[in-house]
Design a protein around this ligand. Sequence first.
Ligand code: AP5
Ligand code: MG
Length: 194
Amino acid sequence: MFNLVLFGPPGSGKGTQSENIVTNYNLLHISTGDLLRDEVSRHTPLGTEAKKYMDQGMLVPDEVVIGMISGKIDEMPDARGFVFDGFPRTRTQAEALDKLLEFKNTKIHLVLSLEVPEADLIKRLVGRGETSGRSDDTEEVITKRIKEYHLKTTPVANYYNSYGKLETVVGSNTIEETFKALAKHINKYILPVT
Ligand code: AP5
Ligand code: MG
């Protein structure tokens, strides 16, 4: 198994690049943002609870997200590996993920952190907001999401760095160039299938 965390602030291209990576390497994409939006659209109790935080650009409580992810990993026992997108976002989540994977005799192999200047992040997300229908793609909430990232999520990079798993990648070039830069790191572990 090969398990990758795609890390980076809101708008850094985690979702876009995850799509490319899962297709090229035949991995499974786990995006907590997508899973939460699915719960919201189905009006489940979890979704109703999560929406309160998401609409304000705040992180959903750890126990809600960890419970959701553990079920997802269990659903896919024969996967070649996972790409975690938007998870873990706190040190507590990172430690919980390590435990879940250890239970499956596997681990996080690599964390790729996409680095994009803040002005570009805002421009990208405001642009996406014109068509995405995402309630958190307004300039006010985008700013809050970026703040929340600096406050609660950057410690996750330090956590993985302390295990020698973190690599940074320039995320401000084109989508194709960024994918090539990510692939260089991934190819040290597994090769593309296409
Ligand atoms: P989530 O859905 O994870 O959103 P996010 O991290 O804020 O990031 P985005 O999905 O907005 O950006 P992205 O990095 O995926 O970029 P994308 O590829 O889309 O989380 C949403 C909310 O859910 C959180 O605020 C929180 O409330 C909750 N949540 C989720 N996970 C959680 C967790 N683990 N714990 C607690 N709460 C959680 O690209 C953005 C735009 O840029 C697109 O329009 C794209 O086309 C464009 N673009 C991409 N790459 C490029 C490029 N190279 N050049 C130009 N444009 C580009
Ligand atoms: Mg995303």
